[in-house]
Ligand binder design. Structure first.
Ligand code: CIR
Length: 250
């Protein structure tokens, strides 16, 4: 059960972040409105939401998920894979150290939280353009100290592991065709390619946040009986960000 979330407001230079999406420039005012609605959705799920103010040095700073992996016992502070994002983790480390023991990923390791998919007591760690084997190894060692298991998964297409797959609890996964065979034997919703963005959805307690505008996925997920909250994400999608990227939950 989660009780808290940390988010960071997008800064005025949000449109200057890293993206591969070709969906055009995000509208900043609209991004702020969508971010506020996202925070409202977290509150509706029962979370106390800490909203950090924007840090204008980091256009991608609102994507706080990439800066830490938080478990009940420890917060692992990442070393983000994109140079332009390195440093975002410092303020997050400061905030999280008020709640947890914190451990840092050290050079030459790189790790983005978007590559870390938790499934109960097991962590899948994506090896991607952002997360290298050394970063994955360090995370794995830290997690093992707290009794968690982990395994690596190659991410060949897409930004992060969680761009393509999410765990919905109760043994259910949602995935694009790319990772459909990753969790064999489990119950997995395989999305149509044109709705692949909606693979990044966010389970919070009894609620499931899904991005607005993906009718076929919405229908498939609704059939599993979750309490669904749709959140408009168009402006964050333009910057390659999804629902999980915008918060750290614990
Ligand atoms: C980046 O490329 O780093 C940002 N524009 C998007 C990060 C999205 N984060 C995530 O998927 N966890």
């Amino acid at each position: 059960m989660h009780t808290r979330a940390i988010v960071r407001r997008p800064g005025r230079n949000f449109a200057g972040g890293i993206t591969t999406s070709n969906l055009g420039k995000p509208d900043y005012e609209k991004a702020l409105r969508q971010h506020a609605a996202y925070c409202d959705a977290l509150a509706r799920c029962g979370l106390a939401v800490t909203v950090l103010k924007a840090d204008e040095r980091y256009p991608d700073g609102c994507f706080v998920e990439d800066t830490a992996i938080v478990t009940r016992d420890v917060a692992v502070i990442t070393r983000p894979g994109a140079l332009a994002r390195r440093g975002e983790e410092k303020e997050i480390a400061r905030v999280l150290s008020g709640y947890f023991e914190t451990v840092m990923i050290e050079e030459p390791g790189t790790l983005d939280g978007g590559d870390v998919l938790r499934v109960e007591g097991h962590f899948y760690i994506g090896i991607s353009g952002r997360t290298n084997r050394e970063g994955a190894r360090q995370l794995s060692d830290i997690l093992a100290r707290y009794g968690y298991t982990s395994s690596e998964k190659e991410v060949r297409d897409g930004l992060h592991l969680k761009s393509d797959i999410a765990y919905l609890g109760r043994g259910n996964f949602i995935s694009t065709p790319v990772f459909s065979e990753m969790v064999q034997g489990a119950s997995t919703i395989i999305l149509d390619n044109d709705e692949s963005y909606s693979a990044n959805c966010l389970l919070i307690n009894d609620y499931l946040l899904i991005p607005g505008g993906f009718p076929q996925s919405g229908k498939k997920i609704a059939d599993l009986g979750y309490n669904i909250i749709e959140v408009e994400m168009s402006e964050f999608r333009k910057m390659d960000g999804g629902l999980t990227c915008l918060s750290l939950l614990f």
